[in-house]
Ligand binder design. Structure first.
Ligand SMILES: [Zn+2]
Ligand SMILES: [Zn+2]
Length: 143
């Protein structure tokens, strides 16, 4: 059985003050990866009652800056957030419904960081987005 996600040590580890909105937002992102701000706000409000959208944005910005949350923004999509950080994984995005899934790096350890020409930059992240149709959408276009 998966133990309940505990956001508190993560906040402390990142030297962030532990507040109820921060705990709720981080848990929401953890339990619903690749979620947009509106959905996060809805989940957090189910938990805490009224929380302003601005407060949600502020918390997301703080969590992103602290490296606890990664912001992803596929072309044509609103920003989404996930708590799986630091492993340079990629995403596959459905062209029809916008659904997003995680894709591990194709070969071993962050090979995509080895650019054929780094132009002298110290590269620490490579963003690869695979586009296509999710199983649900590819089935419905076949029929
Ligand atoms: Zn789809
Ligand atoms: Zn992801």
């Amino acid at each position: 059985m998966r133990s309940a996600f505990d956001a508190e040590p993560l906040l402390r580890g990142a030297a962030l003050r532990v507040t109820r909105p921060r705990l709720a937002v981080l848990s929401a992102v953890h339990e619903h990866p690749h979620t947009d701000t509106d959905s996060i706000a809805r989940i957090v409000r189910e938990d805490l009652g009224e929380v302003s959208t601005q407060a949600i944005y502020d918390v997301l910005r703080a969590l992103t800056a602290a490296g606890l949350v990664r912001r992803i923004e596929p072309a044509g999509s609103v920003a989404r957030y996930e708590s799986r950080v630091g492993d340079n994984h990629h995403h596959v995005v459905c062209r029809v419904c916008g659904d997003i899934a995680d894709v591990d790096c194709a070969v071993g350890d962050t090979p995509c960081l080895t650019a054929s020409d780094d132009h002298g930059y110290a590269i620490d992240e490579a963003e690869v987005v695979y586009w296509g149709l999710c199983p649900a959408c590819s089935t419905s276009t076949e029929s």
